[in-house]
Design a binder for this molecule. Structure first.
Ligand code: PAF
Length: 288
């Protein structure tokens, strides 16, 4: 158990990172919005395995929530988060206020195409990825890590950030980490606390259907019939479906004709007032 340093300003963060750099240490950044669960801790573990120092940012970023979304009720558990991060061996928690992050007159946004316009999350949350990309770009500039780690649960977010880092020549390696799941398959998420007991009991169906669809694709069934049946099954399990789509895992475009390209199944659906997202491999990339 270590007690992580807490930096509230970019200057404090940079000063500590500069000390580490002078000692020749590599730095990993794990950006989060707090309300940490074991999935987040697995990202910190990956950071520790890849770099001598790990920074975790905790910032509930207002610009990635639409006015009708859950910004004000998003769970905030800062003290418990810091304790968990200490147990996980995180070295520094960067916890800026909105004023530090978006100073007076802030007027810059990253403009995105490609995976940010795939017709998945963006179709339902049209302003979301501009907010995510802008805050992640700021965090990367503020911290200057060698590696930044993001969960694969937010698969489109990971693709958007990897594209942005490549396109803007950011000197950082973007690493995706596998989704951690509860014993019944439900993907771990800070938003799972919103589910009532009955909703929680029904929620693992989303992952079950994704797995069934992936198995049927592996058996050679047509994509269209698998998706049609999968969509019906998600609705039958009590969800209101936003989308279930099969995409090229790299570009998030519709699957092309290359039978060796990796494919991913992605879904978002609402259980009561809670919106859940999940994704699974539908086909691994094959060597040619
Ligand atoms: O995935 C999240 O928790 C957030 O979107 C991120 C990457 C920390 C940006 O606010």
């Amino acid at each position: 158990m270590t007690t992580p340093l807490i930096a509230r300003t970019t200057a404090d963060l940079r000063q500590t990172v500069a000390t580490w750099r002078r000692a020749g240490e590599r730095v990993a950044l794990v950006p989060t919005m707090g309300a940490l669960h074991p999935g987040h801790i697995s990202l910190v573990d990956l950071g520790r395995a890849s770099a001598g120092r790990v920074v975790t940012s905790i910032f509930v970023n207002p610009t990635q929530f639409a006015p009708n979304e859950d910004f004000s009720k998003y769970p905030r558990t800062f003290d418990a988060d810091v304790e968990r991060l200490g147990k996980a061996g995180c070295d520094l928690v960067f916890a800026p206020s909105p004023d530090v992050m978006y100073g007076h007159g802030f007027a810059t946004t990253i403009s995105l195409e490609g995976p940010a316009r795939a017709g998945l999350e963006d179709a339902f949350r049209p302003t979301h990825f501009a907010g995510v990309a802008t805050v992640v770009a700021k965090l990367l500039i503020q911290c200057g890590p060698d590696i930044a780690i993001f969960g694969e649960k937010d698969f489109q977010q990971l693709a958007v950030i990897a594209r942005m880092a490549r396109d803007l020549d950011m000197p950082v390696e973007i690493l995706g980490a596998p989704t951690l799941r509860e014993a019944d398959g439900l993907a771990m998420s800070s938003r799972n606390v919103y589910l009532s007991a009955a909703e929680r009991a029904a929620a693992p169906a989303l992952h079950r259907v994704l797995q069934d669809c992936a198995a049927r694709i592996a058996r050679g069934e047509t994509f269209e019939s698998v998706l049609a049946q999968g969509r019906a099954e998600i609705e039958k399990a009590g969800f209101k479906l936003d989308y279930l789509e099969l995409r090229d895992a790299a570009s998030l475009a519709a699957p092309g004709s290359d039978p060796k390209a990796a494919l991913r199944l992605l879904a978002a659906a609402r259980m009561g007032a809670t919106r859940l997202i999940d994704n699974v491999h539908a086909r691994q990339a094959q060597e040619s």
